[in-house]
Design a protein around this ligand. Structure first.
Ligand code: KIV
Length: 278
């Protein structure tokens, strides 16, 4: 039996599917989303009832030691997506298309999205950008691949945007954000992530769209929230202002590691209970 197969007698939870996203919006039930990059964490988040797992290209700066998401490759994303999708029994798994793997044309975007679904076993893909990518969204959607849009601060463009900065400030920028969101919806996107956007602008986009908005640094008036899991759990030395730490896992891991290394150095581990005598 696969390690993640349900134990006998334990009901398999109903999978979150694409139509549940709009349903949640209609019922005003907030969607919960967290990033996940491996099977260990994906299983915990899934069992804890997170609706959507995002295999984010934030794997670059949160797991792989890169300064940003930009160096992340499609091959790295496929491996991570497959691990997450294999572990998640209920959550809907969304995989990011990394920088340079989709922008050039709808055909390039489609080819990368197919890899995420076919090899990565994700249920949907996400990519960054607005109205100029409607052809990309349409082609994926027509091919049966649900697409999440990503507007506001788009980390893959941080060199153009001048760093991690709030987007959509001022009337012109706010209107552009609303029209980009509508264009993505009209092209077939099933949800839109809004990152680092003033709360009133995110609220307006949420009101205008029929598909759900998922906010990160976009205030409370959106249809769901997403956080990078290491920020949520207190794993890093730094986290953005918009991210609340709901735990202190970094300190706990440090303490466990110190206890382990002391026990080895003081020859207290392994004890008789961890030793095979024959
Ligand atoms: O890669 C990621 O983690 C993301 C979130 C910031 C939404 O795209």
């Amino acid at each position: 039996m696969a390690d993640n197969a349900p134990a006998k007698g334990v009901p398999v939870p109903q999978r979150v599917r694409v139509h549940h996203l709009r349903q949640a919006k209609e019922r005003r039930e907030p969607l919960t989303m967290l990033t996940a990059y491996d099977a260990v964490c994906a299983r915990i988040f899934d069992e804890a009832g997170i609706d959507l797992l995002l295999v984010g290209d934030s794997i670059g700066d949160n797991m792989l030691g890169h300064p940003s998401t930009i160096p992340v490759t499609v091959d790295e994303m496929v491996v991570a997506a497959r691990a997450v999708a294999s572990a998640a029994r209920r959550a809907f798994v969304v995989a990011d298309l990394p920088f340079g793997s989709y922008e050039a044309s709808p055909a390039q975007c489609h080819a990368t999205a197919v890899r995420m679904i076919k090899e990565g076993l994700a249920h949907a893909v996400k990519f960054e950008g607005g109205a100029h990518l409607t052809g990309h969204v349409e082609l994926c959607t027509r091919s049966g691949i649900p697409v999440f849009g990503h507007l506001g601060f788009t980390p893959q463009s941080e060199n153009m945007l001048g760093g991690k900065r709030v987007q959509g400030r001022g009337n012109v920028a706010a209107e552009k954000l609303v029209s980009d969101a509508k264009a993505l919806q009209d092209a077939g996107a099933v949800a839109v992530v809004l990152e680092m956007v003033p709360a009133p602008v995110a609220a307006r986009v949420t009101e205008v769209l029929e598909i759900p908005t998922i906010g990160i640094g976009a205030g409370p008036d959106v249809d769901g929230q997403v956080l990078v899991w290491t920020d949520m759990a207190g794993m890093g030395s730094w986290s953005p202002r918009f991210a609340k730490q709901f735990g202190n896992l970094g300190a706990e891991l440090y303490a466990a590691t110190r206890r382990y290394s002391s026990a080895v150095r003081e020859r207290q581990f392994p004890g008789p209970e961890h030793t095979y005598e024959s």
